[in-house]
Design a protein around this ligand. Sequence first.
Ligand code: ADP
Ligand code: MG
Length: 303
Amino acid sequence: MLQVKDVSFGYTKTKVLKAITFNVEAGKNLAIIGESGSGKSTLLKLIYGEHDLKQGEIFWKDEQILGPEYNLVIGYEFMKYVTQEFDLMPYTSVEENIGKYLSRFYPEEKQKRTHELIAVVELEAFAKTKVKNLSGGQKQRVAIARALAKAPEVLLLDEPFSHIDNFQKQGLRRNVFNYLKSNNIACIVATHDKHDVLGFADEMIVLNHSKIIAKDTPQNLYNNPQTPLIASFFDEFNVIENHGIVYAHQIKIVEHSDLKAVVKTSYFNGNSWLIEAEYNSESIFIAHRVNVQKNEQIFFDLV
Ligand code: ADP
Ligand code: MG
């Protein structure tokens, strides 16, 4: 189990993280979400041992994670970290980048393992390509495969699919997260993309103003978002008097009700339209299966 115990940290006098405490069991997937600058990357760096802790402790099993003050070489064998920069070797091939840390004394084993990982990140066609000739998204995939090469027990992923286009994103997410589950690798993913979380994370924590403001399963946080910040991570929402936070899809346009609004704008959203209407001189957002014309009067109900 990974244990983060009462960790506070700042690069300067200002604290970026305050009293952070949580655990991750072997093989579990934990998502860390929060706005840009909320400290997600800093938290991953601390878990990796990139900075010395003045307050709090981090353990993997019985081993305490220590920073550069105690470790000449940053990091531990059992843990890999895919940063937002993914520093690869540009002048060598995809294959060589991934196989770099695998023993060359077992060439067959090494090749088999390299190809298995290339398949996980769907880069078969680029195995022999030099990394410098790859797109940002392809480089990101090489970085993920390389981190998996030596079978870590813990994998830290910082916005792992941010450079990958939508055509391939969802399939790749399933590949990578299923691979981690079936190999019992604990995974901590920092992200601001709900698609990295829903369907994959066992638990998620929300960082805001240096603190953990929520920690629960994605299902529970989605169904019962305690703050607008949490709701905004998942979907369009409204704050309605006496009802609190209501997602756009939880409002229905009906024939008649006491709640009346006037349509201002609408946005095509795939399987629905997002209707922006004026209600009590404020905007309200409603997900509706068809478009509604501007200035039309509508009635709505909460479901
Ligand atoms: P996130 O990953 O959630 O966007 P970061 O952990 O990168 O957030 O940053 C958290 C805060 O720490 C930000 O205010 C950022 O400016 C600051 N910060 C990050 N890295 C450094 C650094 N090396 N030196 C000083 N301040 C930093
Ligand atoms: Mg970051």
